[in-house]
Design a protein around this ligand. Structure first.
Ligand code: WTA
Length: 626
């Protein structure tokens, strides 16, 4: 397969039609693609009918009923792993689907998952898809308040949670966090949650509200093993997934069934060059898009064995990843640069003592991978024999957009290389002109529609249009900057908007500022990303406050707690600098660009500060920099 083909739009459609033909449809589509980026009304495979779970499960039953579909590796290595064959997973999904039906969930209803990484999470998502319900997973690292906001926005009717979730040596009491979220209901702002399903995992004590809360193990016993797959239209919603943007309010990206399935299933096969007996390990949490597309749907659509790991890379020891690779004879390891860098610091002796002969392909996702981490991964994990696929994509794109094809595309460390077939990325300069030179840098846009593009921001199509399609006419703007070299290879340089990427998690600076400002001692704040040796980027907060503190550390602690409460532990600032004033334009706009230069130690490029409202504060900030 030639990754370099430049395709005309008619050829693009023919190509996507051919790809779609490799899936199982109840009725074929009438049109391959309609709509455009000008009107922001893209649709794919209209008129087609299908159920994605028949593609993930039923169609494999004839040949793969006894093949392992899912391997569950628990947090604690002393606990036995669990296995589901395709036959067993099909039954488990059908039963869970019947449970949802019994609790009144119908096609089009939204079901929220706030769970640790156990098989019930994956089974639950597929159960929704089976009956045409829309799933929305909220990562367990988000606070009850964040959960509440997402429940309000998505209008979820039912929530599935754990009594508690294991993560390393910690237990997160998810059910009580759900209780806290639901207690935030007021007459003005009320969630639509009618039912809470509790999956037992840690045996934490939980409160049970009669008529609302039920234990999964009790209900599932009476659920039938058969559940017909609902006939779904191609453009019916499959899921909503929240991600951060430039404003404070998270965006619920909505993905629809057929287009998502076609690109995710196909890109999984092509990028990873999957073979029948491969065992695929994506280390992402299902709370993120990577866990949706390449831990759940991508592998299952291809009949591939996928592994779900409940734990974290360094628990109980930093050898855990390599032990799991050996234990389950993993062939493909797909992880984030942050995980690699965090293991790198424990020394090469650890991975070097594991031969990891089963490994064939390594993958990287979520943030730019620096060359050093790439080399370490290649040498000490891949033993210089496994290609690394550096896959660039986003929650919004649904599936991988730019990536080498394992073993086919020439590798270049830290480069996502070439677009996948059917994907047309371009670079745009500051003026909005398409850059025609081959060797160039610019803002990364996508020129033509592709099937797994999110269709909207749930409940706010205007914001969807504004965010992605208004910066550059007729183009999808990714929010990333990129460089292109003489081979036409792309290197993604990072976000160019107010989003920071902390350990591969997207966090909006505005979101963190809003949380910090909730602290009663804080007057104003400005948050920027700074280069962090392990996390890629860290969160640096500049704060002005209305009181004098003899011990600023107390205030810093208090601010961190505020952020933890409002967003969750993942958004806690790494550095807080209390300042007397923030640099502002005469119109009162905070100049984050200046703060960014300060935290990057790029003082030469701060630019002219004399036109600021309060130029004197810049020197003070530089002096007090941590
Ligand atoms: C960044 C994760 C460089 C990028 C799949 C993007 C990357 C954001 C890469 C999306 C990569 C993802 N190289 N940067 N290979 N992959 N990114 O929505 O900034 O959680 O815009 O999706 O992560 O993050 P999201």
């Amino acid at each position: 397969m030639n990754q370099k083909t430049t395709m005309l739009s008619s050829e693009l459609n023919t190509y996507w039609g051919e790809v779609a033909n490799t899936f199982q449809w109840k009725k074929k589509w009438d049109t391959i693609q309609t709509g455009n980026f000008t009107d922001v009304n893209v649709e794919w495979f209209k008129g087609g009918q299908l159920n994605i779970t028949e593609n993930c499960l039923d169609r494999h039953l004839e040949k793969r009923r006894q093949k392992k579909a899912l391997i569950f590796e628990p947090n604690n290595p002393n606990e036995a792993a669990a296995f589901y064959t395709f036959g067993e997973l099909h039954i488990a999904v059908s039963r869970f689907a019947n449970l949802l039906k019994k609790k009144g969930i119908k096609k089009g209803d939204v079901v929220c998952f706030y769970m640790g990484m156990t098989p019930e999470l994956m089974i639950g998502l597929l159960a929704c898809a089976r009956i045409g319900a829309i799933h929305t997973v909220v990562f367990g690292g988000f606070s009850p308040q964040s959960l509440f906001g997402r429940l309000i926005d998505s209008k979820a009717k039912l929530i599935v949670t754990h009594d508690g979730a294991y993560r390393g040596d910690k237990v997160t009491p998810l059910k009580s966090m759900v209780d806290e979220a639901l207690a935030m209901n007021t007459d003005k702002e009320k969630t639509s949650v009618e039912t809470v399903i509790i999956v037992r995992r840690t045996n934490n004590d939980v409160d049970v509200v009669a008529g609302r809360d039920y234990f999964y193990d009790v209900l599932i016993k009476d659920c039938d093993l058969h559940c017909p797959a609902e006939v779904m239209e191609a453009e019916d919603p499959l899921f909503i997934l929240y991600t951060s943007g430039s404003t404070g309010k998270p965006k619920g990206l909505l993905h629809t069934i057929a287009g998502y399935m076609v690109h995710v299933g196909n890109s999984f096969k092509d990028v990873f060059q999957i073979k029948e007996n491969d065992v695929f390990w994506c280390t992402a949490d299902i709370g993120w898009i990577t866990g949706h597309s390449y831990l759940t749907y991508g592998p299952l659509l291809n009949g591939t064995t996928t592994i779900m790991f409940e734990g974290i890379p360094n628990y109980p020891t930093p050898a855990r990843f390599w032990e799991v690779v050996e234990k389950h004879q993993i062939t493909h390891l797909y992880t984030a640069p942050t995980a690699i860098r965090s293991l790198e610091k424990f020394g090469v002796e650890i991975p070097d003592s594991f031969p990891m002969k089963s490994l064939k392909v390594l993958g990287s996702v979520g943030e730019p991978i620096n060359e050093e981490a790439w080399q370490w991964y290649h040498k000490h994990v891949g033993k210089n024999k496994c290609p690394i696929v550096d896959t660039w994509w986003q929650t919004e794109t649904g599936g991988i957009m730019i990536s080498p094809l394992a073993g086919i595309t020439k590798l270049k460390p830290a480069h996502a290389t070439l677009p996948l077939k059917g994907i047309v990325p371009i670079l745009v300069d500051e003026k909005g002109n398409i850059v025609t030179e081959l060797v160039a840098s610019g803002n990364l846009c996508i020129n033509t529609p592709w099937p797994s593009l999110a269709r909207t921001i749930y409940g706010d199509h205007e914001r969807f249009k504004q965010t992605y399609f208004s910066t550059y006419k007729d183009l999808y703007f990714t929010g990333d900057g990129a460089k292109r070299d003489a081979d036409g290879f792309f290197r993604i340089t990072g976000r160019v908007d107010d989003v920071i990427n902390v350990s591969g998690h997207r966090i909006g600076t505005a979101e963190v500022e809003e949380a910090i400002n909730e602290n009663p001692h804080v007057t104003e704040s400005a948050v920027v990303g700074f280069p962090h040796p392990i996390k890629g980027q860290g969160i640096y907060a500049f704060v002005t406050c209305n009181d004098h503190f003899d011990h600023p550390e107390d205030l810093e602690k208090d601010i961190r707690e505020t952020v933890q409460k409002i967003i969750g532990p993942i958004a806690k600032p790494d550095v807080i600098q209390i300042v007397l004033g923030l640099p502002k334009t005469r119109s009162g706009k905070i100049m984050r660009r200046i703060l960014r230069k300060i935290v990057e130690n790029d003082l030469e490029n701060i630019g002219d500060t004399s036109t600021l409202l309060n130029p004197e504060c810049v020197d003070l900030i530089i002096e007090g920099k941590k």
